[in-house]
Every structure is written in structure tokens, then in C-alpha cells.
Design a binder for this molecule. Structure first.
Ligand code: ATP
Ligand code: MG
Ligand code: FE
Length: 347
């Protein structure tokens, strides 16, 4: 099916068009530069930026795909989780489009969209085989979730998630502590280039024996952030920023990869999919590749423009739902900023 997907859960306005698993267009406008002035995503600014970017992004996506609205078989939109005001702009646009063009509309789960990214391929590229079941680690500014995916449409299970900061948020907050620019991921990467990752042994959240029972696959990064803050205070004048950045990054990467591979072992699923903006981190990719190989786990990382928030993954999930014969969402559906991952489609 030919499906258009709209994404607006955080600071990316994304519109994608897919035909089945083939991406015909994936246009993204980000308000990250605007957010940088505030050192984080401000919900009101995100919503207003979506409002401004939505129409041109939509038009551009249709133009790139070379299709008209009447050609579509369905429209899909992120209904949650995410920032309520930001989500509303996308859902509003999608409803307007679906109603005027009389197309079925699917309000879908953002996190399952990230998983769908792995099944998409570019125009003219060879199809990527669908590899399920898989464990999926989604790491971004807004979420850190470990999932067990047996079926995209009907069987996605949450194994664990962060109890406080998301992984990307930890990078952003720590960068701020170190006086580095937003977004924190890239600036910590730059600062870490000459740093020693073993210089400081920062805490690995929720890995102690006492946390093994209840929080086996959950994450916590607030203790790490506090440890960095204390280190900075104590260092006073002579702070080795490179060492702090490298050691901080090592702590985050270590916990993420350790827990993800533990999940593979314990569920007996020898496959790990990464998604989200933090996947841009070179060290995360390297450590994941090295340890996955040692554990006999197949590592899958979609192309970067499908890892960050985008409309193609939402369109792709819509196409899977159409293929599975799932009925579209009801006309009156709203956004759900805390939509649970087990709910792929909002009724
Ligand atoms: P959502 O959480 O809804 O997916 P988001 O906009 O917060 O939305 P992304 O845009 O996917 O998420 O990712 C942005 C985050 O990724 C930021 O927190 C940023 O610091 C982090 N990030 C980007 N590059 C890197 C990197 N090289 N290393 C670590 N983190 C990075
Ligand atoms: Mg973003
Ligand atoms: Fe996301």
C-alpha cells in the first residue's frame, strides 16, 4: 500500500511516504537549532515550530515521492507517546488530510515506528529481510526503552525503560554541566576525542545486585549525572574535560549495551536492533558491534535518517497495519502522551 506518515512527537516535523517497505520520501524539518538556545526541547516552541513546518514538509514529501493525496491508500500519524502539544499538530494535520481526501487514518505508536525503521529500504534498493523476533534498544532525547518484538503489529513487549532521564537527555544535561553546547551528544563526542574512558569510574545505574530483581532491564542516569556534577565541583580549576566526557560516555554506553545483550540472552533472541538519535554515537556503535559479535548476537542498525524521528517509519508502520487488515483508528481519536508500547494503534 501507498501510505503517508506524519511524525511530530518531539522536535522533528517529519513526513514520509512509503510503498510497502520502500521509502519514496522522508522529509524532516527540525527545530533543534531553536531549542539549542534553551539547552533542551521546550514543548511550546516545539508545537509552534511544527505548526509552521507541517505544511511545507507535507508538500515537499508528496513532491519528492511524486504522488498526489488521492493516490494514497492510507494516512498514518504518531498519536503517542510524546509531547502532547507537539503530537496534536501532527494528528490535526493528519485528520484534516484524511477527512478531505477520504482516506483511512491510523494513529500509531511512535516507539513501534522506530522498530519499523529496520524493515524499510530506500527507493531502488534491495529489500531488507524482516528479522523478527528481535530485542530493540531505543535511545533518544525522550526515551530509553528496551523492547522484545515478536510481531510488529500485535506483539511488542516492554522489557524495561529509564526511571528518570533518557540516555540522550543525560548527554544533554551532562554537556551543560561541562559548559558544552546543546545537543550534548555530539559535543560530548567531540570533547571525548582525546579523553581516557577509564580515567574516572562513574556509576552504572541499576546494575548492582540489589537492582537485579526488580529493575533487571530498567535504566537510571540521574545518579551518573550527579556523579559528574560532584566531580566537576571537586576538580575546581583543573578539570580534565576530555577525561570526564570520555568516562561519562563509557558509563552510558556500557550500561546500554550490557542490559540489551542481557535481554537477548535471557529471552533467547539472538538479535538486537538499535534506534533513536543516540545511535549517532560512534562509541555506542563500536561497543555494541564488538560485544554483540562476541555474544553471537546479530546487530541491526538502520541508516541514521531512519534512526532519528522521521515520518517514513510512521508511514511504514501504517503500511504494515494496512497489510495486516487492521481497522483504522476511529474519527475522534486524540493524542496520548504516555501511550504504552504494547498498544500499537490508538482506537
Ligand atoms: P524522541 O525522544 O521523541 O525520539 P528526540 O528529538 O529527543 O525525540 P532524537 O532527535 O532522536 O530524539 O535524538 C536527539 C538526542 O540524541 C539528543 O538528546 C542528543 O543529545 C542525542 N544525540 C545526538 N547525537 C548523539 C551522539 N553522537 N551521542 C550521544 N547522543 C547523541
Ligand atoms: Mg529530536
Ligand atoms: Fe523517537
Amino acid at each position: 500500500p501507498l501510505v503517508l506518515g506524519i511524525e511530530s512527537s518531539c522536535d522533528e516535523t517529519g513526513v514520509g511516504v512509503v510503498r510497502g517497505r520502500e521509502v519514496l520520501a522522508n522529509v524532516i524539518a527540525s527545530s533543534v537549532d531553536e531549542q539549542a538556545r534553551y539547552g533542551g526541547v521546550v514543548p511550546e516552541i516545539a508545537a509552534r515550530a511544527h505548526l509552521e513546518a507541517m505544511r511545507p514538509t507535507l508538500e515537499r514529501a508528496l513532491e519528492v515521492a511524486g504522488v498526489g493525496i488521492t493516490d494514497l491508500d492510507a494516512v498514518a500519524v504518531t498519536a503517542g507517546p510524546g509531547l502532547a502539544g507537539a503530537l496534536m499538530v501532527g494528528v490535526g494535520a493528519a485528520k484534516a488530510l484524511a477527512v478531505t481526501a477520504r482516506k483511512p487514518l491510523y494513529g500509531v505508536n511512535h516507539l513501534v515506528g522506530h522498530v519499523t525503521a529496520d524493515q524499510l529500504h530506500g527507493a531502488g534498493e534491495e529489500a531488507r529481510p524482516v528479522e523478527l523476533p528481535t530485542v530493540a534498544l531505543l535511545v533518544s532525547g525522550g526515551h530509553t526503552s528496551l523492547l522484545l518484538v515478536r510481531g510488529l503489529v500485535d506483539d511488542v513487549e516492554l522489557l524495561g525503560e529509564t526511571l528518570d532521564d533518557a540516555a540522550g537527555e543525560a548527554f544533554d544535561k551532562t554537556a551543560r554541566l561541562l559548559g558544552l553546547a546543546y545537543p550534548g551528544g555530539p559535543s560530548i563526542d567531540r570533547a571525548a576525542v582525546d579523553g581516557d574512558p577509564a580515567a574516572i569510574r562513574f556509576p552504572r545505574g541499576l546494575t548492582a545486585a540489589k537492582d537485579r530483581e526488580r529493575h533487571r532491564f530498567d535504566f537510571s542516569f540521574s545518579g551518573l549525572k550527579t556523579a559528574v556534577a560532584r566531580h566537576v565541583e571537586r576538580a575546581e580549576g583543573d578539570l580534565a574535560i576530555g577525561d570526564v566526557a570520555a568516562s561519562f560516555r563509557e558509563a552510558v554506553v556500557d550500561v546500554l549495551v550490557t542490559k540489551a545483550l542481557d535481554a537477548c540472552r535471557e529471552t533467547g533472541v539472538p538479535r538486537l536492533l538499535l534506534g533513536g538519535g543516540v545511535v549517532a554515537n560512534r562509541r555506542l556503535r563500536d561497543v555494541a558491534a564488538e560485544r554483540a559479535a562476541a555474544a553471537g548476537v546479530q546487530l541491526r542498525i538502520p541508516p541514521f535518517d531512519l534512526c532519528t524521528d522521521n515520518g517514513a517509519m510512521i508511514a511504514g508502520l501504517g503500511a504494515r497495519l494496512v497489510d495486516a487488515g487492521v481497522a483504522p483508528s476511529g474519527a475522534g481519536f486524540g493524542v496520548d502522551s504516555t501511550l504504552p508500547v504494547g498498544q500499537v494503534l490508538i482506537a
